[in-house]
Design a protein around this ligand. Sequence first.
Ligand code: PLP
Length: 418
Amino acid sequence: MGTMEPASDGFTETQPSRFRQQSNTRRESLPYNTEMREVIYLDANASTPCDPQVVEAMMPFFGERFANPSSRSHGPGREAYLALEAARRTVARHLGVTSMTEIVFTSGATEANNLAIRAIAAARAGHSRHLVGQRTEHPSVLQPLAALEREGWAVTLLGVDGGGRIRLDELEHALRPDTALVSLMLANNETGVLQPVAEAAAAAHARGALVHCDAAQGPGKLRVNVGELGADLVSVSAHKVYGPKGVGALYQRRQHPPLRLEPMLAGGNQERGLRSGTPNLPGAVGLAAALELAAERVAGDGPRLASLRNRLENTVMAGLDGVRRNGDPRHRLPNTTNLAFAGVDGSALLASLPDLAVSTGSACASAAPEPSPVLRAMGVPADLAAASLRFSVMRHTTEEEIARAAARVIEEVRRLRR
Ligand SMILES: *Cc1c(COP(=O)(O)O)cnc(C)c1O
């Protein structure tokens, strides 16, 4: 390594005055602008725009506060460490957790889900042989469960009823003395259907099993409190809640005796050995800011999202025959509706609606031609599953956009049916 020249070491490039000037120019184009949108974005469950306040909170950590939080031998490194721990405390607080050491920063909910399931399996491998999931979980839960099944674990995937929810008696029946883990999502990304996580957690705990909850779709739409969920491990993702992509967190409840989780990434033992690699400090700060804003806004945003979603749903269902709503309407996210248009192919409908950003199935599976496994698991016939679209509104969605979107859907479904 060469010697650091004060004038050319890169540090002077990010002196406050110059940094501020650059970031201000940039920031003007950041807010998600309502008036200029040509495509109506109704795919919030796939991703959301980063809130300008979140971007602002992150900015210093790309610039003058760039130091490595693990480099605690010098001042800038210690400052970065303190900022990371402050972000961890904020994330913990907004998930209703009291101790900050229970939050591990990850690259997103996918990694948090993999880490949780892999880690529990490894920690319990000596005395457990069995894992429980359910059929409408996100692929980042289903795939690790399938991998563990190939490695010799017994895996039970619970079915769901016509509304998309598991049955607690079926869970009770599935639990065994050697069940290590029950993984149950808070809200489904395709249908918005909420699972009875607290009740399932109580049943699992009574049998000595740990509970993991993929809560990626919760924050910003619902108040998420891990105490109320009753889960031992909870995954969240920043980009689903107006934060940056590529960062999330896994909450892990303290266990007595402590649970020795197995890391997925080996290396410098960052994140208490659970997640090696230089921490994504700007991302962690962004996740913290996003969850903080979500907590402030959810009381207002929840009902507003529901009113927009309901208006879309009611207008489309009043304007067309043969529309079926997928998912239990009494237990679902306020922003999501999943509608089947009988006699219409979902991909054809999507193709005829280039002015709407909506989706068939989950974003991760949208290249696959088969109808949504989530809808199929709910007993939706293949032709209706293939005729289904998911609409998920966000806090930027306007009444005018909802009216336009509903009119366009009605117009194109009528045209395709002719
Ligand atoms: C988006 C999503 C994930 C994956 O989150 P990433 O942060 O994009 O990896 C996992 N589970 C659910 C329910 C999701 O909606």
